[in-house]
Write a protein that binds this ligand. Structure first.
Ligand code: 13P
Length: 250
């Protein structure tokens, strides 16, 4: 049985006081045990503060990115070792905004995933097609390449620390959510691809949590989660307000 995950990607949004207020609200209003695992991904500079607020809860605080190397000369980047020092051992990799605007390729994602998993981190690997790719009938070949190249060389044993997020780029921040059927079709494809790619792939893919992201809101989450291959949501806008984030989790 795969546990559901509701993850909030706060992106480059929220001031420190806004991030702290949401974290405090979650701490105060969420029961100590929730059926779903709850995660938040604040800006790097908010991580110490948000993780200290959420320190005694079960809410996971993760980073939106990490550089795949030990402490070294790499101006402007953050090492997994620095994250670990402040208690952060979960990271997003390959969000479409980083792919689209910051040149993050499947190969770079692969380096990051390998390094982070090797350091014992949990990784949420984000994949998804653009509108042009969907309209030209290439959704599945794009997903397949993102899976094959991004997860190349990763041992099956490390898959227990991996989560995949399917985020169609055309649905991110647009209010155009994928239908539950469109999302389910993509999730089933992803699970099947992974089953065929790795030694022991069938078991690995059966236990892999695959999240949907792209205009998830309190009024569409239930229909998405009702699908057998959708194991949770990676939520942008609706996680950046306490009320709607709480409503999603409920
Ligand atoms: P929205 O929920 O704002 O569409 O963002 C989705 C997303 O990019 C989460 O990573």
């Amino acid at each position: 049985m795969r546990r559901k995950i509701i993850a909030g990607n706060w992106k480059m949004n929220l001031t420190l006081s806004e991030a702290n207020a949401i974290a405090s609200g979650l701490k105060e209003k969420l029961p100590s045990k929730t059926d779903a695992e709850v995660m938040v991904f604040p800006s790097f500079i908010h991580l110490p503060s948000v993780s200290s607020i959420l320190g005694e809860t079960n809410i996971v605080v993760g980073s939106q990115n990490a550089y795949p190397a030990a402490l070294t000369a790499m101006t402007g980047e953050i090492a997994p070792a620095q994250l670990r020092e402040i208690g952060i051992t979960t990271s997003l990799v390959g969000h479409s905004e980083r792919r689209q605007f910051l040149g993050e390729t499947n190969e770079i994602c692969n380096e990051k995933i390998k390094f982070l998993l090797g350091q014992g981190f949990r990784v949420v690997y984000c994949i998804g097609e653009t509108l042009a790719e969907r309209e030209s009938g290439n959704t599945f070949s794009v997903l397949s390449t993102q899976i094959k190249q991004g997860l190349k060389g990763i041992e099956s044993a490390l898959f227990s620390k991996l989560i995949v997020a399917y985020e169609p780029v055309w649905a991110i921040g647009t209010g155009k959510v994928a239908t539950p059927e469109q999302a389910e079709e993509a999730h089933a494809f992803i699970r099947n691809e992974i089953a065929g790619l790795f030694v022991g792939g069938k078991e690995v893919s059966e236990s892999l949590q695959i999240l949907y992201g792209g205009s998830v809101k309190p009024d569409n989450i239930a229909s998405l989660l009702s699908k057998p291959n959708i194991d949770g949501g990676l939520v942008g806008g609706a996680s950046q307000k306490l009320d709607s984030f709480l409503a999603l989790i409920k």
